[in-house]
Design a binder for this molecule. Structure first.
Ligand SMILES: [Zn+2]
Length: 310
C-alpha cells in the first residue's frame, strides 16, 4: 500500500470517526434540541425526557422580540438536531441571522429539524393588511399574535406536535415520546381544573395591557381586553395615545393593567394612578423569575397574581 493511499484511508477514518461522534442517528446519542424561549424548552423536555438534550437561546426575563444575538448562540445552533421557535415573526429580529450563520442544514426552513411551534395552534389577530406593509409601519405582529404559549390548550397542542416531530427525527424514541405526551396531558388536565376554578372570579374583568401579548390568556380566562399602552405592537407609547387610553379606562371602569416583567412600569404606574387601576407585572415565560422552573410553575404564578389582584 502506498503512503498516499494509507494517508487517504486514515483521513477517511478520521472523518468517519468524527461523523460517528457527531451523528445524532447513533442509537445511544441524544437528540440535541434548541428552543428559542424557555417555555418551549420546558415543553420539549416534557416530551423528550432523557432522549434529548435541550437548551434555550433566550432567558425568560428577556423580551423575546429583542434577544441579543450573541456569537455563542451560533455554536449552539451549529450542533443542533432540531430548533423549536415561536414563529409568526416573534424572533425575526434575532433568530434567522443566527440560523443562517450556524451553517447547519438540519435546522434550516423546510427541514425536519426546523420546528415552527405556531403550526400547532390556532393563530389569532391575523391582520387583513399585508405583512410587509405592517412591518414597514413598525408593527411587530404582522403575521398574527405570536404570544400564544401560555393557555394550556396551546401548550398541549405544542406537546402533541413535538411528539410527532421528535419521532420523525428519532423513530426509536417514538413510543416514549407518545407516552410522555399522554402523561403530560393527564397531569395538565388536573392542573387546568384547578386553574379554571381559581380564576373563575376573574371572568369579565376588564384589563389594559402594555403589549398586545395577553390576548390568548384573556380568552382562556374570560378577561376583557379594553386597550394597550403601546399604540400598536412594538410602537412606543405616545402622549396622545396615553391620554386617550386613560379616558377610555375611566369610561369603562378598567381596574387592571398587566405587563410583562421585562417592560418598564413607570408609565403603567402613572396610568394606574390616574385611573385607580392596579398594575400587575407578570412573568410570561419559564425563567422569568428564579421560582419559575416549569410551564406549570409559570401558569401557577400568573393565575395566583391575577387572582390576588382581584
Ligand atoms: Zn409581541
Amino acid at each position: 500500500m502506498t503512503k498516499k493511499i494509507i494517508n487517504l484511508l486514515s483521513s477517511a477514518a478520521v472523518v468517519f470517526a468524527a461523523g460517528a461522534v457527531l451523528s445524532p442517528s447513533r442509537a445511544d446519542a441524544k437528540l440535541r434540541v434548541v428552543a428559542s424561549i424557555e417555555t418551549l424548552a420546558d415543553l420539549a423536555r416534557e416530551v423528550g425526557g432523557g432522549r434529548i438534550d435541550i437548551e434555550a437561546l433566550s432567558r425568560g426575563y428577556q423580551d423575546p422580540h429583542f434577544v441579543q444575538a450573541k456569537p455563542s448562540l451560533v455554536l449552539t445552533l451549529n450542533r443542533a438536531d432540531a430548533l423549536l421557535y415561536v414563529g409568526l415573526d416573534l424572533e425575526v429580529g434575532w433568530l434567522p441571522p443566527l440560523v443562517q450563520q450556524s451553517r447547519n442544514s438540519k435546522i434550516q426552513t423546510g427541514q425536519a429539524g426546523n420546528i415552527d411551534c405556531s403550526s400547532a395552534i390556532t393563530v389569532r389577530d391575523i391582520p387583513n393588511i399585508p405583512a410587509d406593509q405592517l412591518r414597514a409601519m413598525g408593527d411587530v405582529h404582522p403575521m398574527g399574535n405570536p404570544h400564544y404559549w401560555i393557555p394550556p390548550d396551546n401548550a398541549l397542542a405544542i406537546v402533541r406536535m413535538l411528539a410527532k416531530r421528535f419521532t420523525a427525527l428519532d423513530p426509536a424514541g417514538g413510543p416514549e415520546f407518545e407516552k410522555r405526551a399522554v402523561d403530560f396531558a393527564a397531569r395538565l388536565r388536573k392542573k387546568v381544573e384547578e386553574w379554571n376554578k381559581r380564576a373563575a372570579p376573574l371572568r369579565g374583568e376588564k384589563l389594559v395591557t402594555y403589549h398586545k401579548s395577553w390576548s390568548y390568556v384573556a380568552t382562556w380566562l374570560g378577561l376583557v381586553e379594553v386597550g394597550y399602552i403601546e399604540p400598536k405592537p412594538g410602537i412606543p407609547p405616545t402622549a396622545n395615545h396615553t391620554a386617550q387610553l386613560i379616558q377610555l379606562m375611566k369610561q369603562q371602569g378598567v381596574k387592571l393593567i398587566v405587563l410583562e416583567n421585562f417592560y418598564p412600569n413607570s408609565l403603567a404606574n402613572i396610568i394606574g394612578r390616574e385611573t385607580g387601576a392596579r398594575v400587575l407585572s407578570l412573568p410570561s415565560d419559564v425563567g422569568a423569575s428564579t421560582a419559575i422552573h416549569t410551564y406549570s410553575d409559570l401558569i401557577d404564578a400568573i393565575v395566583s397574581a391575577l387572582c390576588a389582584a382581584k
